[in-house]
Design a protein around this ligand. Sequence first.
Ligand code: FE2
Ligand code: FE2
Length: 322
Amino acid sequence: MTTMAERTESVIPAEADIDRAPGLLDGAMSLDLTPQTCNLEYWLGAVAQGTLRGLVHGGHRAEAATPTWMREPGPLRESLIEEFAFRSIAEEKATRALSYLVLHAPDIDTMEFFATQLIDEARHSSVFRGHLLELGVAPDELHGTIEHVAGEDREKILVPLENFGLPLGDAGDFIGGVCVLTVLVEGVLAPAAELSELKWRRLDPAAAEIERAAGIDEIRHLTVGGAVIKQYVQANPGELPRLKDLIERGRALWGGLPVLDMILRREKLFQEGMEQMGHVIGDYELAPGKRLIDSTPEERLMMAATWSLQMQDSRLSAMGLG
Ligand SMILES: [Fe+2]
Ligand SMILES: [Fe+2]
């Protein structure tokens, strides 16, 4: 007789299973997923009935709770509110931008994949907002709080990215839009999301699990987006210089955006809060041999920045854009 767990394992592929999926960076560099494998049928089985099954408020399992200390005013709570408020805006903007990729997708599998990604990003935006409510933000103050803590970062970081990417969508440049989304935006931000999962694991298990489930989606977005570009470049080698130039210009734009300032500001708040929570964090390690409690804001920033560079190099060469 097969047990429920065995039946589940046989249906849900490991990369979509919250307990068996690889970490975000590992998965994004090692898995080989394509729009042909990750179409709508895949998503309905592996994600809707797999990754997302049993998540409360769409974001985390009921047993991954938000501890009472996360609801008390102070730097720890503030740093998470800032982080998730910004993420909720970024994911909303990603959702809207994806409508162009659905519109211009060249075939059915690719259209279905980007339609599922559109829903994934809308879900991410929603669960980050949902966690702000779990942190005790009043429902009628939710949008005002997001605006207050993240409105300025949105104008300085997300609006310039939109101004760079959305005209490609208006022009019907499907592959250009995929490059901006998967190489520039998601590829650059993924390491910060991985760091977030690691650093909140003990302090706010609900936040860490929200990141974990979103990270599983992100593995799919990064690998399938990469496969779309790889297949396109193989079929249209004459486009290579244009796409390389686009990525170059996008990276130059990123370089001028105050992303590191924003992360460092949050990490400093986190540091202040974390130092009062040694009894909860204990010997928990961010990376082998590196205890979270011993890490500094600058070290954590460097960690994410280093991962980001490694991942971009490995992904670009995998796509044929190295
Ligand atoms: Fe997302
Ligand atoms: Fe994504």
